[in-house]
Design a binder for this molecule. Sequence first.
Ligand code: SAM
Length: 376
Amino acid sequence: MPLDASASAALLDPLVAATDSAAESSGLRLRDSFGRAITDLRISVTDRCNYKCVYCRSSDEGALYTELPIADYLRMVRLLVSLGIEKVRLTGGEPLLRSGLVEMVAELAQMRIAYHPDGTHLAAGESGHPLDIALTTNGHLLESLAAPLAAAGLSRVTVSMDAVDPEIFARITRVPRSYERVLAGVRAAQAAGLGPVKVNCVLLRGFNDTQIEPFAEFSRREGVVVRFIEFMPLEEGRTWKPETVVTMDQIVARLDAWRPSCGIPAGLRELPPRSASETAKRFTFADGVGEIGIIAPVSRPFCGHCSRVRITSDGGLRTCLFSQSDHDLYGEMRRGGTDQALASYIWRVVMRKEARHHIGEPGFEKPSRNMVHIGG
Ligand code: SAM
């Protein structure tokens, strides 16, 4: 007797063998077994990258996984939106390398969220808000793409920059003159209406931690939100050590003592959180100019508020950056899974979302993939 898609999933993927049909048939939005609503999707559209950032990629390894047709990613997103996803972040690898990205954004912009804020489904005929569509990019190709992406319906952009000193920047990315390209991309995104652009910086002690104060000036001068992210053990080269991490407390202490060049008094002012699940602690300076966010997954994990799932470039569903495996959603699709069977599969995977990561603990195991192959 042929197996239907859910039965084959159970055989191929023991983690999803059991069902929680009560949750699945409740008509409420997607939740995990800890009651966390799943509202954010990060989707990697390629694991190719045009940078070789020293803390992310070892020098030679290129793409490891296949890319799917854009239409297949869109089917997965549509399904997940029908289950409760409201924010979609496009990432990679480097997403701007992917052809068809602008058209993908235009399709995403047509989708509407399916649930009320209280978690109940919209009534038939009721139309939800558009999705929040974000992009994480290294910015190298952003100068020419910012305006078309904004016109297609992109809501916001985050640009990764690990230095504002051009020489340090090129040493990190291993691409000459990369700083100038990325700065032009940031400015084009601001001009295209995608501002305030968020700029993400991963600090490594002894390497680019001289950049903390220059980034604060950069935030004030360029009108961007700078966010420092603690370094996590997700790199290809296995170089992570706790001593390399510059922690939230250390960054706050440095910025609190810093006096901006315009001569206002030193001192950071904390900004109120915009939601309970906000991952960044936010600060500004005495005159309210500039914004610094600090994201501290290592020293202050926020897993209790995690609302994310991820789709890898080859169509794997991941429930945590640190998962030991991903779940072959694309395989289920290819085997002819109906939307209903795929929704059921997604529910079963999400019910097994990990409680938290274990960075820095004695039993910590490296995840099954590195950041560049997951989608950061
Ligand atoms: N290429 C795009 C970019 O550069 O933004 C998207 C993919 S990149 C993997 C996404 C983000 O992950 C970047 O901001 C990068 O700095 C961050 N990242 C990579 N490895 C990391 C690590 N081990 N710990 C923390 N963040 C990391």
